[in-house]
Write a new protein. Structure first.
Length: 141
């Protein structure tokens, strides 16, 4: 099954970044026999956010896996938690709020216009965390 995975906010002023986290996550997915369908995308966000870290970008990629959505979510969650809390960025200590979203690829075309609109807003405005969570829930991420 194909999935679109997006990750953000895995950086801190101490160490690590979202792109580094993504490379670790992709390695773990590779070990689960997942295949990357296309090159990961660096998703630029609003560069004028005062509290941003370095590049202020998120990462998205498409993987084809023989694991369930639930198993994929658990793998991403566990890897994220270790990266931010225990191993590298220690971002929780710096009030970072790492996140990820997973969408079944088959659902992408059904919400493509909504995603593009959300992206455009993220590039030019501030999207509060509550709004992002509501968007994800409403669109079954």
């Amino acid at each position: 099954m194909k999935f679109i995975v997006g990750v953000d906010d895995h950086d801190s002023t101490k160490a690590g970044c979202t792109t580094h986290f993504s490379s670790i996550l992709l390695e773990k997915l590779f070990l689960k026999n997942c295949k990357i369908s296309e090159l990961p995308k660096l998703v630029r966000l609003n560069p004028n956010i005062p509290w941003k870290t370095r590049g202020n970008a998120s990462i998205s990629f498409i993987v084809d896996c023989n694991i369930s959505l639930c198993e994929l979510e658990q793998l991403v969650s566990d890897t994220s938690e270790k990266y931010v809390k225990k191993k590298i960025s220690m971002g929780y200590n710096l009030n970072r709020k790492p996140g990820y979203a997973i969408l079944e690829y088959d659902k992408y075309n059904l919400i493509k216009d909504k995603l593009e609109s959300f992206y455009e807003r993220a590039v030019s405005d501030v999207i509060p965390l509550d709004l992002a969570k509501k968007f994800a829930k409403n669109n079954k991420f």
